[in-house]
Design a protein. Structure first.
Length: 238
């Protein structure tokens, strides 16, 4: 699906800060996205467009995700906070995760107090969940976007109180959330590649981080196909 920028921008700018009047409004937008390219690259596309619209952009992410290297390259100030998942862990690990989430919550509150965003855009990932909760505490309009057909845990939670929920595909969110379908934003415009006309091209996607099992399987295949293989950075040499 193509991304409907008009619908998205209307969703961003129509939400009004409840603690400020219109005359004192600025265009500060905090984007929250981290972990994998599936969250980060669409968020970078949104940041690029909002910058064109005159928005002052800052970014909230985790300490161990791809955002640490990607976001600064695009000129956005990045705030990295502690994050952790809570599913499928033993008691000791859960206690550690709870401590990290509490620490991340405190760090995020300080980010909000310093930047004072007018709107917050959540694209998924653990940092997005923490930031969405802080936005709720401070009564700051929250807009979320789900890139997949099945919403992640973070967006399922935030969708319950976000001012606006956006989805790439129809029926991703429950009807009670009343989400708007806008498609997925794309950061890059593909360039045509010169490949032999008589050779079939095969694209193999392992996700932004790569998938070791897929990589191991593909290396053993002998085929006349012209293969484009997304390995992930840490698997590139192998």
């Amino acid at each position: 699906l193509s991304f409907h920028w008009l619908s998205f921008l209307e969703s961003i700018w129509k939400t009004e800060q409840t603690t400020q009047n219109k005359e004192s409004m600025s265009n500060k937008v905090l984007i929250m996205a981290g972990g994998t390219g599936g969250h980060i690259f669409p968020a970078l596309a949104i940041a690029k467009e909002l910058t064109k619209q005159g928005a002052d952009i800052e970014w909230l992410g985790g300490r161990n995700g791809m955002e640490g290297t990607l976001v600064p390259k695009y000129g956005h100030r990045l705030h990295c906070v502690h994050t952790s998942g809570l599913r499928g862990k033993n008691l000791l690990t859960l206690l550690k995760a709870f401590f990290l989430l509490c620490l991340g919550l405190i760090e995020t509150i300080f980010v909000f107090l310093r930047f004072r965003p007018d709107r917050v855009v959540g694209m998924g990932g653990y940092a997005s969940g923490i930031g969405g909760i802080v936005a709720k505490i401070f009564f700051i309009p929250l807009i979320i976007h789900e890139q997949n057909t099945i919403p992640g845990t973070t967006n399922k939670l935030l969708g319950k109180f976000a001012q606006q929920s956006l989805q790439a595909f129809e029926n991703t969110f429950d009807l009670s959330i009343n989400a708007v379908t806008v498609g997925n934003p794309i950061l890059f415009t593909p360039e045509p590649k010169n490949t032999p006309e008589l050779v079939n091209n095969l694209l193999i996607l392992g996700g932004s981080l790569g998938a070791q099992k897929i990589n191991e399987t593909i290396t053993g295949i002998k085929t006349p196909l012209n293969i484009w293989h997304q390995t992930g950075v840490k698997h590139l040499e192998s």
